[in-house]
Design a protein around this ligand. Structure first.
Ligand code: ZN
Length: 187
């Protein structure tokens, strides 16, 4: 296991614990301390992980069909058709979608209401603010909310209200899961 894999394993293990304890705000501190300890940034590790993934047009076509159903942006569908996006999953360095809701693979359709969990485009590996273009090889799939939080972290903007939305989404999902699909007919 190389340094990057170790970094990601530790990061995601701790992040899971932080979510359970509702200590999500520690994500950035965790990233900083890991970067100091291992001498590599999360973004660099993620970029390497993305580059390791081979293009896979077969899996991409299936992802493209799902993205089309959801009403995703044309560039995302195109990136999937060409095998750059091979999975309907949020690939931000940190996905905040609660496991109880379906986690990184849970996506909601693009509507006027702009769901937190609708598919959006993240310019990656070259960010938009660094001149990254909207292109099939600079496109990763991201939840709208995860994308926004990542941006907030990058520019040092508060995202406490977004964390509150995530906690509420998690609580709602737990409630729905407990009620089950027969809940209405049992009343
Ligand atoms: Zn996400």
């Amino acid at each position: 296991m190389d340094l990057g894999d170790r970094y990601l394993n530790v990061f995601f293990a701790y992040r899971g614990a932080a979510i359970d304890d509702a200590r999500l705000t520690s994500g950035k501190q965790l990233e900083d301390s890991l970067t100091r300890a291992l001498g590599v940034t999360l973004r660099a590790v993620s970029a390497r992980a993305v580059q390791r993934v081979e293009r896979d047009p077969d899996r991409g076509r299936a992802a493209a069909a799902r993205l089309k159903e959801l009403g995703a942006k044309r560039i995302l569908i195109k990136a999937a058709e060409q095998g750059y996006i091979t999975q309907l999953a949020c690939k931000m360095r940190e996905c905040f979608c609660p496991e109880e809701l379906g986690g990184a693979c849970h996506f909601e359709p693009v509507t006027a209401g702009l769901s937190d969990w609708m598919p959006t485009l993240e310019h990656f590996p070259k960010p938009k603010r660094e001149g990254g273009k909207e292109a099939v090889d600079n496109a990763i799939l991201a939840h709208r909310l995860c994308n926004r939080i990542d941006y907030s972290i990058t520019v040092g903007r508060s995202y406490a209200s977004d964390l509150k939305r995530i906690r509420k989404a998690r609580e709602d999902a737990i409630r729905r899961n407990n009620e089950g699909p027969d809940a209405l007919t049992r009343i």
